[in-house]
Design a protein around this ligand. Sequence first.
Ligand code: PAF
Length: 284
Amino acid sequence: VRKTKSISVVRKAVAVARKSDAKIGFVPTMGALHEGHLSLVKRAKKECGFVVVSIFVNPLQFGPNEDLEKYPRDLNRDERLLKSVGADLVFYPDVSDMYAPDRSTTVSESCVSKGLCGDARPGHFNGVTTVVAKLFNIVQPDNAYFGKKDYQQLQVISRMVRDLDIPVRVVPCAIVRESDGLAMSSRNIYLSSDDRLTAPILFRALKAAKAAVEAKKVTTAKDVVVGITKLIVGSGLSPVIDYIAVKDAVSLTDLRMLKGTMVIAIAVFFGATRLIDNIEVTVP
Ligand code: PAF
């Protein structure tokens, strides 16, 4: 797998691939890759002749008290994994390659990015939309692959692409889970062994909520939130709940009565580690 820090090398490699009629697939990441990321690359490989993966821990999307410094970084390991799934080009710029010291332009979405993680992490989504817009301009892919684990991110980026007529197809991809149901995340390594054992309660609670909605045992968003809260609080280690919410699956607007296709999204602190998870559900 070829790798570069240079924007112009990416542009040239993509231009060459395009000349031979290859569709360009793109998987943006912050590295510390796991099976979830690799599933995106495999899907991209299936659908595109040339696959670019970016590895960039984007400082713009971290809050002042977040884990920018300690975010796991292991480029050699990431490279090996990307080679094993057939990525064609790895773009791993430094911060100085991406941001001029006097940069003064931000891409900001002001609706879908509100609520959920947008409330808990002020400025986070402006950082995400700004870097993803830049990466889209650098790579100019046909398809870009995003996991549903970061569900709000996926919908914010879809809205940005629609609103700004960015010629990229955003491809949503299923969450990849550990065998006990915990959604894969680069941050799972922060969990203590006790918390790691308790963490699958998140997915168990989401599945129970989905089953209750589908069986029409609940009719309001509040019923769903109360049901999930009970399961999580009863799980023993008393994790601190950041949010449990039921939203319209695309616009992420609040719902009172359950209807249409929705996403049930949760964020819970296990010690200092904040885990998120979600599940889509449609009222029958
Ligand atoms: O999901 C991520 O890893 C990041 O938010 C992304 C999309 C690579 C932007 O930095």
